[in-house]
Design a protein around this ligand. Structure first.
Ligand code: FAD
Ligand code: NAD
Length: 479
């Protein structure tokens, strides 16, 4: 850690909401000496989401992919204030935020306000349910650490209940039917991890479930993983078939109750049929919806009247209809997919923007000061020297004001699909594409994700988890 300068209230206050991919990438690169930086997030850590599906089965232990935010912030040259709280309201006119401490332990103050000069909103998104009845009450989701822990517990609970003395056949089959709704990368990766768990460990530890344990993936569209190339979609669907994961495409879930999923299937002749699917575990992964704080802010800004997916921003990530408020990552509606890759690049871009803004301000102040000096001095030589210096600074100022709009560089997509296989759609320098799949791609997937882990500690823990599972299998205790 460096010897940090304390926060300086005389500087402009920059509040950063969130501690996810977008906000942390901004915090890593921003020069905190230029602003009084305050971070607000209900989560006091950064979460490496690409390995979250592996936490649902214990392939990776959850703490291996968490990095304490305090650890990230203590390396900044000027100290950053952190509040573990949820921002519940943004007042863009009076430039003030409402913060609420939503953790279990509360002090005398559970709600307060925080004024800001500049605001960066990086609160991510929540899971969408499309208002489908019964989903919120009965399904598990997969976005946060707590979601992965809940799934891990439920898998084992279903198994232990299914093997309870005198359990009926019908009930055992239901409890051992694990259904994933949504054939995007989250659903596919989770289904692959769950089938691995069954094949590699559960089959051995609880052999009595071997005939009845099934994983099903339900997708409304004609195929899974619409963002990958046709070749990789076919490869994934074939791999799932070989792994005995049931894929139900053209199947749209319409209702869920405590034990059954009701879905509409489009048959090859175009007619529709309603089916019922009894389930023990339901994991819902049908994409993103804006968080309440974002929806509330959207409703306050006339320019956001047409926004649906999130805050609409301009090419510089400024929230349309506001001044000094930026949005990045999953909470912003842009032409890019809501991915960690996009959020990271947006964070780096905003850090550059804030560093440049500070430099510009300093140059403007210098120029104003030199101009005053120039007026005050009587000596023609001094006047000339000052004019030369002003011209040099003005040139630097013009250059630093020429900030380019945000531009995203897509490096490709990777996904794990189970049985030590992965798929990759990679993009190189001049837009060339390479698709690859299989076990070599899985090794690439592993090395790519380890190298992307936040810290050396995270990298070591993830590698140790993989080795541990290889040597001893996954832990089947129910927490
Ligand atoms: P997040 O990373 O979700 O961070 C949001 C932050 O805001 C969190 O710290 C949260 O606690 C905080 N917050 C929430 N509400 C509030 C509030 N009211 N006030 C203040 N703070 C708040 N993308 C890829 O590119 N590659 C992958 O392999 C990949 N795998 C994924 C696997 C899974 C299981 C999931 C769920 C997503 C995956 N993604 C992947 C997508 C990626 O995780 C998201 O696009 C990314 O997290 C978006 O970053 P963000 O900063 O916008 O939001
Ligand atoms: P998604 O939006 O990518 O996919 C959701 C899927 O659910 C869609 O295919 C949709 O047709 C389907 N669906 C919606 N309603 C349905 C219904 N009622 N019944 C059946 N199916 C229904 O969502 P995701 O997988 O959660 O991913 C969210 C974002 O995170 C995406 O941008 C994704 O690229 C990113 N992500 C990336 C990775 C990776 O790169 N490996 C992993 C996870 C997530």
């Amino acid at each position: 850690p460096v010897d940090q300068k304390p926060p300086d209230p005389s500087k402009k206050t920059l509040v950063v909401l969130g501690s996810g991919w977008g906000s942390v990438s901004l915090l890593k690169k921003i020069d905190t000496e230029n602003y009084n930086v305050v971070v607000v997030s209900p989560r006091n850590f950064f979460l490496f989401t690409p390995l979250l599906p592996s936490c649902t089965t214990g392939t990776i232990e959850h703490r291996s992919i968490m990095e304490p935010l305090r650890n990230i912030l203590r390396h900044k040259t000027a100290s950053v204030t952190f509040y573990e709280a949820e921002c519940t309201k943004v007042d863009p006119v009076n430039r003030v935020l409402t913060l609420r401490d939503n953790s279990e332990i509360k002090g005398d103050i559970a709600e307060t306000s925080l004024p800001f000069d500049y605001l960066v909103i990086g609160v991510g998104a929540q899971n969408t349910t499309f208002g489908i009845p019964g989903v919120q009450e009965n399904a598990c989701f997969l976005k946060e650490i707590a979601d992965a822990q809940k799934i891990r517990t439920r898998i084992m609970d279903c198994i232990e209940t299914a093997t309870f003395k005198d359990q009926t056949d019908e009930e055992r089959k239901r409890l051992l039917h694990m259904v994933v709704v949504g054939g995007g990368p989250t659903g596919v990766e989770f289904a692959g991890e769950l089938q691995d768990f069954f094949e590699e460990d559960l089959r051995k530890w609880v052999p009595e479930i071997a005939d009845d344990f099934h994983v099903s993936l339900v997708e409304a569209l004609p195929n899974v993983l619409p963002m990958f190339s046709k070749q990789l979609i076919n490869y994934t669907e074939k791999t799932f078939k070989d792994e005995k994961i049931n894929i139900h495409t053209k199947t749209m879930v319409k209702k869920v109750d405590e034990k059954t999923i009701f879905a509409e299937v489009t048959k090859p002749d175009g007619t529709k049929d309603m089916i019922e699917m009894p389930y023990g575990l339901l994991v819902w992964a049908t994409g993103n919806a804006p968080r309440p704080v974002v929806r509330d802010l959207m409703s306050k800004i006339p320019d956001q009247a047409k926004a649906r997916r999130g805050l609409e921003v301009n090419d510089y990530l400024v929230v349309n209809g506001t001044e000094g408020i930026w949005a990045l990552g999953d909470c912003a509606a842009t032409k890019y997919a809501p991915t960690a890759q996009v959020a990271t690049q947006q964070g780096q871009y905003l850090a550059r923007l804030f560093n440049t803004m500070a430099k510009t301000q300093a140059l403007e102040e210098d120029i104003a000061h030199l101009e005053e000096l120039g007026h005050a001095t009587a000596s023609p030589d001094d006047k000339k020297a000052i004019a030369t210096e002003i011209e040099a600074k003005a040139k630097t100022l013009r250059r630093s004001k020429r900030l380019m709009p945000f531009q995203y560089t897509h490096q490709g997509s990777l996904a794990y699909i189970g049985s030590d296989k992965a798929i990759a759609d990679l993009t190189f320098g001049d837009g060339n594409n390479l698709t690859s799949s299989g076990q070599m791609t899985y090794l690439f997937w592993r090395s790519a994700y380890v190298s992307m882990c936040f810290s050396t500690r995270n990298k070591m823990l993830v590698i140790m988890d993989w080795l541990k599972v290889k040597m001893f299998g996954r832990d089947v205790s129910r927490e």
